[in-house]
Ligand binder design. Structure first.
Ligand SMILES: C[S@@+](CC[C@H](N)C(=O)[O-])C[C@H]1O[C@@H](n2cnc3c(N)ncnc32)[C@H](O)[C@@H]1O
Length: 470
């Protein structure tokens, strides 16, 4: 792991990102910070946000109520859009619980005209027989382009299985080919004519169908040895489709099977080495991210995941030679995510490593956004009278970030009523105030770094300067 403080700057003179960044902190604030430097530069954003299922065993708050969850998503998606390049694209994982709402929210943020697809990922391989209703075995991955007309997916590589369908029974010098249907399923007058096979069999298109070509077109195909009548020259004619002439890849389908992109259990195995306490129940498999990154980016493009979790997106982006930025707020970023990415640099051989011949190398910078709430926490704790506490609250009301459910007007009314009736002790009021501050949400802005109140060390300032390029 390179020492982050040795990094002179994370951006070159033209403003291009020169370092991979692993950031510990609240994603909303981190995204705001990134916006000034990175607007219009990110080619792909993938996120796997809290699904708001309430049943999740992630050690983070996955149980916002529905409207708070939508606000949480909206705030972040709006900045995400600004970060995307004009030919950029965003993929968001979600399950059935919120997918319809998320689609509508994304319509609003990105524009309905930029909706690409709702992809289905088969996340489980075995039915869950104790499920009360259905055994849910898929997730959705909602895909929007920043500007749909400017974005096209890269084709997927052709598989050996697909190529194995091409043979060359007549030793055609143009190589392997596959027989395709010469009939179409509608009656075009120009395609209604009789074909006589080399062995004299008479073939007419069945009712409601016609040949795909005109009589003249057919004769040209025969002259070019592109029509196949079977080994005995007696079959219904078929058209020869040459492997050398098919597209150099496959257009991605919208249903992604676990046999192609892995399932939850594969993913758990991949992170087990770094996640011995099983913090993550449903990390994403490396193969799933490989597909998304392959479809949506080319070498050196920037990939961003601001709900990074165990680090799958960055691990895969790194192995595939993309630049990356990952943001995660929880402390496990140090034990799990950071450790995983250091292993990747050292040539870790799990996940997609063998498939992409990963040998190790590269670097990234890890840093944490300075916590901002601590400042208010300390002030609350140090207050000795109700009056002092009121002063702290007044300052909080102007400058602090609160939990999602917090409503300033309602809170102020209740707070005043309790104070007027003398119904509450100093300690109880302190507890209430601490409770409305979101401990995970609050980090310091660069502009405030020099403010002595925030106690930012010189090392931290140097790192921030490199990041913000100030
Ligand atoms: C479902 S997990 C992502 C798992 C990841 N795809 C993987 O393969 O490991 C969602 C992550 O988003 C993070 N997250 C949620 N809200 C956040 C916030 N406000 N700021 C930063 N990270 C957040 C959570 O802490 C959690 O680790």
């Amino acid at each position: 792991m390179p020492n982050p403080l040795n990094s002179q700057a994370f951006f070159d003179e033209s403003g291009n990102l020169t370092q991979n960044l692993l950031i510990k902190g609240n994603n909303l604030l981190a995204l705001h910070s990134l916006k000034d430097r990175l607007a219009g530069q990110v080619k792909l954003i993938y996120i796997d946000p809290p699904y708001n299922t309430g049943s999740d065993s992630f050690k983070y708050n996955d149980n916002f109520n529905h409207s708070s969850w939508l606000v949480f998503m909206k705030n972040r998606l709006e900045i995400a859009k600004e970060l995307l390049r004009d030919d950029g694209v965003i993929f968001v994982s979600i399950d059935d619980n919120e997918q319809a709402y998320l689609k509508v929210l994304m319509d609003e943020v990105f524009g309905r005209e930029n909706f690409v697809n709702n992809l289905i990922w088969e996340k489980k391989y075995a039915p869950q027989n104790d499920a009360k209703w259905f055994s849910d075995n898929h997730d959705h991955i909602i895909c929007f382009a920043k500007n749909k007309e400017n974005w096209r997916p890269n084709l997927l590589p052709r598989t050996d299985e697909m190529n194995a369908r091409y043979k060359n029974p007549d030793n055609d010098p143009r190589g392997l080919w596959k027989a395709g249907d010469l009939l179409r399923k509608d009656e075009q007058i120009s395609g209604l004519f009789t074909i006589v096979t080399p062995n004299g069999r008479i073939c007419n298109p069945p009712k409601g169908t016609s040949w795909r070509t005109t009589k003249q077109g057919y004769e040209e195909l025969v002259a070019d040895n592109r029509i196949w009548f079977g080994k005995d020259g007696n079959n219904v004619p078929a058209i020869k489709r040459f492997l050398s002439e098919v597209k150099d890849g496959v257009t991605p389908l919208t249903i992604w099977k676990y046999t192609e992109v892995g399932h939850n259990q594969d993913a758990k195995k991949e992170v087990k080495e770094f996640d011995s306490k099983t913090v993550f129940d449903t990390p994403k498999p490396e193969k799933l991210l490989q597909r998304i990154i392959h479809i949506a980016t080319n070498k050196n493009d920037i990939v961003l995941d601001f709900c990074l979790g165990s680090g799958t997106t960055c691990a895969v982006a790194h192995k595939m030679g993309r630049r990356w930025i990952g943001i995660e707020q929880m402390d496990y970023i140090e034990d799990i995510t950071l450790t995983r990415l250091i292993h990747v640099l050292n040539g870790e051989q799990g996940g997609i490593s063998k498939a992409v011949d990963w040998q190790g190398g590269g670097e990234f910078v890890y840093f944490e956004l300075k916590k901002y709430n601590l400042y208010f926490m300390e002030k609350i704790q140090n207050a000795k009278t109700m009056g002092e506490l009121d002063t702290v609250y007044n300052e909080m009301a102007k400058n602090a970030f609160f939990k999602f459910w917090f409503d300033k007007d309602d809170f102020q009314k209740a707070y005043k009523k309790d104070a007027d009736n003398n119904q509450i002790s100093l300690d109880e009021r302190k507890e209430i105030l601490i409770n409305v501050l979101d401990e995970n949400q609050l980090y310091l802005n660069y502009a405030d770094m020099d403010d002595a109140r925030f106690k930012v060390s010189d090392d931290e300032k140097a790192l921030s300067k490199a990041f913000y390029g100030a």
